[in-house]
Design a protein around this ligand. Structure first.
Ligand code: BES
Ligand code: ZN
Ligand code: ZN
Length: 500
């Protein structure tokens, strides 16, 4: 996909060349200067007159009319040089690639050095480029007999730079791996419930394990019964589809210690069960496995980059259906931990399946836990669609998760769990816990419930109900699954440090 070359020459034949432009362009040497000379100073004139803009995210395409062997120059406005951020750069690249894809340009050159600033060094620029390329050009094809648009693809990118070719190649590869892993998660989220059952999800995980040499385990219903996974089994009770508890292990250290547990909610369709969702609320519930998708996307990145860490991924998967066998409000169930749960709402099923998954992750040696789940509508009311809700029982572990999220460009915002909140999930006359203490602060109730199973293990809960999907396309996203938290989880693992 990427070729790296040391210098660009006006005589190079290619379809187009991307050049970054900031407010400081007049001092810019290199390719811009050479191209300007070859164009007899016309680029300078166009910039001066404002026809080519350096404003952030403005894209200007000019035809070189035979003056250069490169047919078109694509100027990518980066804004003020001192304000360019890694995330902002990704958005600028994303916008450019979306536009090029639309205009059927299939081979693209990039003048990498024109995208550097005091803060953005060569590896960052290369990473931003390749990750943005993967993210911005992602498309879920769908199932139409005749697609809306004929396929448009950018076939290859040639990166020109004065920096070390191998160094640039390495960063391009890492960025591309992050983008691709996110795209895999997006695809899982976009697949309809009839095309992605718990069995399909397990099959997908096994293929990933095969490809990257992970140790894998998929628990069947009978084994779950033997292990006493009463919470996951209760949610599955109304379904025709068998439940799966999916486990992948990646060992990057000599010993199986300091294990990070990544737990993802894998509800392949959520009807709400007998606490059934209204007709408008049920549409879209194929995406209720986005937490599982993020975990699998992260495992793909981990498999590619092979960090020196130990990771266990645990995905409890089933759909949440209605039938004569289904679990009901008022039922009391016993989780794998032994804790009993009074079911007040069958639509609060995510916390039930996660309860057993967290317990199982700990049994597999997880000493740090992150769970990712489309858990509550409440988090969307609280934080909207741009921020993932975060909860924790451990400040220093949370710091590491937060840092990864900032670097990944996947913002999160912390919400509290107080002692009073814990009392509310413990307030059942029938059982140790209840799964739905009421609508007040219910994102917090979901988190507090899961926290009962994490116990003293450092744990972060990420509620992605608002961020897992989007209905408006942006520079780096298409409508549908966003793959959110894939990159954060992978980065957390890459950068993780044990706090003694
Ligand atoms: N899967 C839903 C949460 C959800 C809502 C995800 C909207 C994505 C978009 C979850 O299982 C659920 O139904 N939660 C309930 C919890 C309530 C019953 C305590 C909710 O948010 O209403
Ligand atoms: Zn639900
Ligand atoms: Zn759900």
């Amino acid at each position: 996909m990427f070729t790296v070359k040391n210098t660009w020459k006006p005589s190079l034949e290619q379809e187009c060349l991307l050049i970054g432009l900031t407010d400081q362009h007049s001092g810019q040497g290199g390719t811009l200067k050479e191209a300007d000379q070859a164009m007899e100073g016309q680029i300078s004139v166009l910039i001066k007159e404002g026809d080519i803009s350096w404003k952030k995210k403005s894209i200007t395409i000019i035809h070189t009319l035979g003056k250069l062997s490169t047919k078109k120059l694509v100027f990518v406005g980066l804004g003020k040089k001192k304000d360019v951020s890694f995330e902002g750069l990704k958005e600028c690249f994303g916008k450019a690639f979306k536009q090029l894809k639309g205009s059927r340009l299939s081979s693209v050159g990039v003048d990498l050095d024109s995208f550097l600033t005091d803060d953005i060094e060569v590896p960052d620029a290369a990473h931003a480029l390749s990750e943005a390329f993967a993210l911005a050009t992602y498309e879920f094809e769908g199932y139409k007999q005749k697609p809306n648009e004929p396929e448009r693809k950018i076939e290859g990118i040639t990166v020109f730079t004065n920096a070390d070719v191998e160094e640039v190649k390495a960063s391009l590869t890492v960025g591309y791996v992050y983008g691709k892993g996110t795209n895999s998660a997006r695809t899982l989220v976009n697949l309809p419930g009839n095309m992605l059952t718990a069995s399909d999800l397990a099959q997908y995980a096994l293929e990933l394990a095969e490809k990257y040499g992970f140790e894998a385990e998929v628990l069947e219903k009978e084994e779950m019964q033997n292990l006493g996974m009463g919470a996951l089994l209760a949610v599955n009770q109304g379904s025709e589809q068998p439940p799966k508890m999916i486990v992948l292990k990646y060992q990057g250290k000599d010993e199986w210690k300091d294990v990070i547990g990544l737990v993802g909610k894998g509800i392949t369709f959520d009807t709400g069960g007998y606490s059934i969702k209204p007709k408008d609320g049920i549409v879209g519930m194929k995406t209720d496995m986005a937490g599982a998708a993020a975990v699998l996307g992260a495992m793909e990145i981990i498999g590619e980059l092979k960090p020196e860490q130990n990771v266990v991924a645990v995905i409890p998967s089933t759909d949440n259906m209605i039938s004569g066998h289904a679990f009901k409000p008022d039922d009391v169930i016993t989780s794998m931990s032994g804790k009993t749960i009074e079911v007040l709402n069958t639509d609060a099923e995510g916390r039930l399946v996660l309860a057993d998954a967290i317990t199982y992750a700990k049994q597999h040696g997880a000493e740090y836990l992150v769970d990712v789940a489309t858990l509550t509508g409440g988090v969307i009311i609280a934080l909207g669609n741009e921020m993932t809700g975060a909860f924790t029982n451990n400040e220093s572990f949370f710091e590491q998760v937060l840092e990864a999220s900032v670097e990944a460009g996947e913002p999160m915002w912390r919400l509290p769990i107080t002692e009073k909140d814990k009392e509310r999930v413990r307030s059942s006359r029938m059982a140790d816990l209840n799964n739905s203490p009421g609508r007040e602060g219910h994102a917090i109730m979901g988190a507090a419930f899961i926290g009962e199973f994490a116990e003293d293990t450092p744990w972060v809960h990420l509620d992605i109900a608002g961020t897992a999907t989007t209905n408006k396309p942006s520079e780096l996203n298409a409508v549908g699954g966003t793959g959110v938290m894939t990159r954060t989880l992978a980065l957390l693992v890459e950068r993780f440090e044990v706090n003694e």
